[in-house]
Design a protein around this ligand. Structure first.
Ligand code: ADP
Ligand code: ADP
Length: 229
């Protein structure tokens, strides 16, 4: 599904060019559950911004299914992003003065769905993330873990090809973090492709594939071993 061929990315820093990614080649198939780890400044955000169709200014080739992403104009790139990716962030990024249901339904509103269809789909997805009957609640009345479930519901509501999650457990205590990882695992087992950035070894170990990057280069890429349970 995702095929990066020798991707490099430089940023202008003052009068210098700083190379944040060095010839990254990487393939991620539909259905995978991937963690990307690396120290601060190693290029994780730069990489997932490219993968998630937020940044189309890089060297190398990005093939997404049959599309050569780096050849797309700005409008088609944005369309691909809206149709193909769901984003989950460390700090949830919910709209405070809108209900849970309005937050989750927003991508469907942008996609032009009818109100009745939006409400039905939102209620389905809220049930899927373990928050049945929460449509009319306000985010501030939910725990951190529940707010992240709302954010995950918003990310999956359009049935994207893959999720990009940037430190999704970074603001959660370890018990809540395990619950959120269990939810990602369940979504993955039902077919959702998940690409997650994390600093946390315990989080990374719950995925199926661990990619480590260091100084903008792939350091290792390995299958995660799970004890049978
Ligand atoms: P990480 O997500 O692993 O912390 P980033 O991808 O954010 O790493 O950053 C990688 C490197 O690129 C860092 O040295 C960072 O300072 C630099 N960088 C990131 N974004 C920019 C930018 N917009 N302009 C200049 N330098 C940047
Ligand atoms: P994270 O590591 O979680 O991505 P950062 O604080 O490193 O968060 O970066 C936040 C934002 O600042 C990103 O959009 C990144 O591209 C940008 N950024 C990071 N480093 C620099 C830099 N040296 N110059 C300009 N922008 C930067």
């Amino acid at each position: 599904m995702i095929n990066l061929v020798s991707i490099s990315k430089s940023y202008r820093q003052g009068n210098e060019n700083y190379k944040a990614l060095h010839e990254i080649s990487l393939t991620i198939q539909a259905g995978e559950f991937v963690a990307i780890m690396g120290p601060s400044g190693s290029g994780k955000s730069t990489l997932i911004n490219i993968i998630g169709f937020l940044d189309n200014n890089f060297d190398g080739q990005y093939n997404f299914n049959d599309t050569v992403v780096n050849n797309l104009n700005r409008r088609d790139h944005a369309r691909l992003r809206n149709q193909s990716v769901g984003f989950v962030f460390q700090n949830f990024k919910l709209i405070r003065n809108q209900s849970v249901g309005e937050n989750v339904g927003l991508p469907l509103l942008y996609a032009g769905l009818k109100r009745r269809d939006i409400i039905a789909r939102v209620n389905d997805v809220l049930e899927q993330v373990g928050l049945p009957g929460s449509y009319d609640k306000l985010p501030k009345n939910l725990s951190g873990g529940q707010q992240q479930r709302v954010a995950i519901a918003r990310a999956i509501v359009t049935k994207p090809n893959f999720l990009v999650a940037d430190e999704p457990t970074g603001a959660l205590d370890s018990a809540t973090s395990r619950e959120i990882m269990a939810l990602f695992k369940e979504l993955n087992q039902h077919g959702t492709t998940v690409i997650m950035v994390t600093h946390d070894e315990n989080v990374a170990r719950q995925t199926n594939r661990l990619i480590k990057i260091l100084d903008g280069r792939l350091q290792s890429d390995m299958e995660v071993e799970h004890a049978d349970s």
